[in-house]
Write a protein that binds this ligand. Structure first.
Ligand code: JHZ
Ligand code: ZN
Length: 415
């Protein structure tokens, strides 16, 4: 069943309004990849939504070709980063770095857009700073409040920003892994600009498009992620709203991310040498169709190789299961049409996902302990962004001869 009426085909770039959109990868129609099912729902028809990506040949923002209404995706959101020590360490370091770099003190307010369960803000709070989270997922806002993180469960907007600014102007606004989800980028920027204290800084982290392409991370393309950013389109966006991107850093998280620092223009802030160098590199490598079309070619090859590998393991009588019921995993399963015949089930540490079924392919999700009891031969790692953490955790499984399969960046078996 394709839910055509709810879907909007994108004909204009969401950043610059340009009409020259070059579609480069079509993953086919599939359910929303965070829509885990309960057993009672398995017989019911499941809506599928087109999943494809295009790049704007005017501003080079990569973006979905079709958009699904936000209420279908975010009202009860299941993603909780605090379940991973990789992300906890990352957020702890981020908070410490920013407190030092911007000399933040106990009178200063930090506002987190897309604050999820409040994990990042707890690190600022522990250092005595004032914090405010904004996240539309009420279930997560509740968790945040339980940790003492003041959180508004609404979508961030310029109207909300104006309201907040009447009482307090943050010296730091952070937005980690949220820009991709934002429908109205201009409204967000306008909001941040009105809200920030005069010397305030906006810090944004997002998976970097250049890494996505280079590392064949096609499974990070899904309905929730409306945009796939490189630096150039963001510099353009911020400058349209009187802000300047004055620094950029490379980060290993989520398969390669960027962290940018921006503030109001005209405070003597100018782009660092790192910003200039990266913009120059992007002009050479990302502003032409080739990078995108070649990526799509590699992805199709990898998808075919994965299915071939799973088929041959099956033919040899080997048992394969999945690890990490991530949204990425569901994109991979649905786009390669891999069901329980080739991958029996998935294990995952998040209680909300356990005892449910993956959208589309209906793999059952069990707690991680299932691996010890069941002892399958191979584990297909859907959460490749946590490779080291999960390999360390599963040392016993590996010592018994269990092996990991990776599909990203390329299909390989890890001994
Ligand atoms: P994980 C998320 O994508 C969601 P997803 C989001 N849309 C986004 O933008 C990106 O990240 C950046 C499990 N796990 O975090 C937990 C274990 O079982 O890569 C998760 O279900 N054991 C906001 O959904 C999954 O793996 C472990 O030891 O692709 C990882 O999903 C660890 C570390 C994780 O998210
Ligand atoms: Zn554009």
């Amino acid at each position: 069943m394709t839910a055509d009426r709810a879907v909007q085909r994108v004909t204009r770039c969401r950043l610059c309004g340009g009409a020259d959109l070059h579609p480069f990868l079509d993953l086919g129609a599939m359910p929303i990849p965070n829509g885990f099912l309960e057993k009672k729902d398995l017989g019911a028809p499941e809506p599928r939504y087109p999943l494809g990506v295009a790049v704007c040949e005017t501003c080079w923002l990569a973006q979905l070709t079709h958009v699904v209404p936000a209420e279908l995706m975010f009202s009860n959101y299941l993603y909780v980063p605090s379940t991973s020590t990789t992300m906890l360490d990352h957020f702890g370091r981020l908070a410490r770095d920013l407190i030092t770099r911007y000399r933040l003190g106990s009178d200063d307010l930090v506002l987190d857009i897309g604050s999820n369960d409040g994990t990042l803000l707890t690190f600022f709070r522990r250092q005595g700073l004032q914090v405010l989270g904004v996240d539309p997922a009420s279930n997560l806002a509740r968790l945040a409040r339980m940790q003492g993180v003041n959180t508004l469960d609404v979508l961030f907007s310029s109207a909300l920003a104006a309201e907040i600014a009447r009482n307090a102007r943050p010296r730091l606004v952070v937005a980690t892994n949220v820009m991709a989800h934002v429908s109205d980028l201009h409204d967000l920027c306008e909001g941040v600009r009105t809200l920030l204290a005069d010397d305030g800084v906006l810090v944004v982290e997002f998976p970097y498009l250049a890494d996505l392409l280079r590392r064949n991370e096609f499974d990070t393309i899904y309905h929730e992620h409306l945009s796939y950013f490189s630096l150039q389109p963001l510099v353009r966006l911020f400058s349209q709203h009187g802000m300047v991107v004055f620094d950029v850093e490379d980060l290993p998280v989520h398969g390669g991310s960027l962290r940018i620092h921006a503030g109001r223009a005209g405070r003597g802030r100018t782009a660092s040498a790192r910003v200039a160098a990266l913009l120059e590199e992007e002009a050479r490598t990302l502003q032409g169709r080739a990078a995108y079309d070649e990526f799509a070619g590699r992805v199709h090859t990898n998808m075919a190789r994965l299915v071939e590998l799973l088929e041959s393991l099956k033919a040899d009588g080997r048992r394969v299961v999945g690890y990490g019921a991530s949204a990425k995993g569901n994109v991979l399963l649905n786009s390669c049409r891999v069901d329980t015949r080739l991958v029996e089930y998935v294990v995952d540490s998040i209680p909300y996902k356990q005892w449910r079924f993956t959208p589309g392919m209906h793999l059952p999700v069990y707690p991680e302990q299932k691996l010890d009891e069941d002892r399958p031969d191979y584990v297909l790692l859907f959460a490749w962004n946590f490779l080291e953490e999960i390999m360390a955790k599963q040392a016993a499984f590996r010592a018994r001869g269990g092996r990991f399969i990776l599909a990203v960046p390329d299909v390989r078996v890890v001994p």
